[in-house]
Write a protein that binds this ligand. Structure first.
Ligand SMILES: Cc1ncc(COP(=O)(O)O)c(C=O)c1O
Length: 379
């Protein structure tokens, strides 16, 4: 099945035919399941571990990502935290420098407190990753394109390095979603998603996913999942499945809008830089093109002064000033004081996440309305 069809139809539709021919999966709003007899199971025992509504969602994501298995978590951060539990005190992880601020906070607080070690490097240059490897290195963690500066890392190169040095390659694939990019097919071992974003798509549900490439990793993650319990509720599983059905059409529309907006921003006198991987002049354009089917809907840009940036947040009308991304509504974010406030100041400054740096998550509205809104806000 092609990816657009996988968004709409579960790969197990025949196997898991719903009662009465129901088109959509029922919400199995139950904590527990009765057993037919001692030592017997219907396949479901307790919803922390598994639930039929959630299974349908997990199977859909596995099929789209080309994963061996997927678990659905209550948030993207629950997914990141669970993956971190794969590592012990003394283990060293090489992380891309530019990642979501919540992941940086996780690594720099709970990660370090429990004795793990982190190196932050610019993974757009594989040499930096090679130079950071030591005898305790266990994993490489990347986002591509990265949040918020839109850096592109070569997934195949990272997979080669990971394989050669016996490391796990973990990719946060939130920004492009499984519709545009499938890191496991390029050699990644684990894919993480904030399902809150494009996958659910409506700014109404929190969710996360961990997709694993093989049985061994799946078993480890599933054991921790049932033991720690970051499970997505049946109702939220249903909402995410509902959102997933339109992922392809939303992503196509969002990308079409984003390209027009990026080109508009380039012409605006108060905009000094535009970072969108769909622009041929973007440094990561070719690599992104070689490893994905699209550029997505995330744009970062800088303004001439801090006042222009602040005024834009005040003047914007259709586009909402809010954290998060990937929904049908366009959102504008001030990473310095919102999503990346917990990133150390020197790192933020090095990456250019300053008081003139804005991040735009393009939605599905009429693009001319969005451009007019930005024109007014940046006047
Ligand atoms: C790239 C990325 N990964 C992970 C997360 C965390 O996801 P959640 O907010 O669903 O916990 C976010 C949130 O913004 C994100 O942007």
């Amino acid at each position: 099945m092609n990816i657009e069809t996988l968004c709409v139809h579960s790969p197990n539709e025949d196997k898991n035919a719903h009662a009465y021919g129901a088109m959509t999966v029922p919400i199995f709003q139950t904590a527990t399941f009765s057993h037919p007899g001692v030592g017997e199971s219907t396949g479901y025992d307790y919803s922390r571990q598994s639930n039929p509504t959630r299974t349908e969602l997990e199977d859909c994501i596995s099929a789209m990502e080309g994963a061996y298995d997927t678990v659905a978590t209550s948030t993207g951060m629950a997914a990141c935290s669970l993956v971190l539990e794969l590592f012990n005190a003394g283990d060293h992880i090489i992380s891309q420098e530019d990642i979501y601020g919540g992941s940086t906070r996780l690594f720099n607080t709970l990660g370090i407190d429990r004795g793990r070690k982190f190196s932050y490097v610019d993974t757009t240059n594989p040499e930096n990753v090679l130079n950071a490897i030591n005898e305790n290195t266990k994993a490489i963690f990347i986002e591509t394109p990265s949040n918020p500066t839109m850096l592109v890392t070569d997934i195949r190169e990272m997979a080669k390095i990971a394989k050669k040095h016996n490391l796990l390659l973990i990719v946060d694939n939130t920004f492009l979603s499984p519709y545009f990019q499938n890191p496991i097919k390029l050699g990644a071992d684990i894919v993480i998603h904030s399902g809150t974003k494009y996958i659910a798509g409506h700014n109404d549900t929190l969710a996360g996913f961990i997709c694993t490439a093989n049985e061994e990793l799946s078993e480890k993650i599933r054991f921790m999942y049932k033991t720690i319990g970051p499970s997505l509720s049946p109702f939220d599983s249903f909402l995410v499945l509902r959102g997933l059905k339109t992922l392809a059409v939303r992503m196509d529309r969002i990308q079409e809008n984003a390209l027009k907006i990026a080109n508009f921003l380039k012409t605006n006198k108060k905009v000094t830089n535009v970072y969108y991987v769909g622009l041929p002049e973007h440094l990561g354009y070719e690599i992104n093109k070689s490893q994905s089917r699209g550029f997505g809907g995330m744009i970062a840009f800088t303004t001439d002064t801090a006042k222009t940036a602040r005024d834009a947040f005040e003047k914007i009308e259709i586009i909402k000033y809010a954290e998060s991304l990937g929904g049908v509504e366009s959102l504008i974010t001030f990473p310095m004081i919102q999503t990346h406030a917990d990133v150390p100041l020197e790192v933020r400054e090095k990456l250019g996440i300053t008081d003139t740096f804005l991040r735009l998550s393009v939605g599905i509205e009429n693009v001319d309305d969005l451009i007019r809104d930005l024109e007014r806000a940046l006047a």
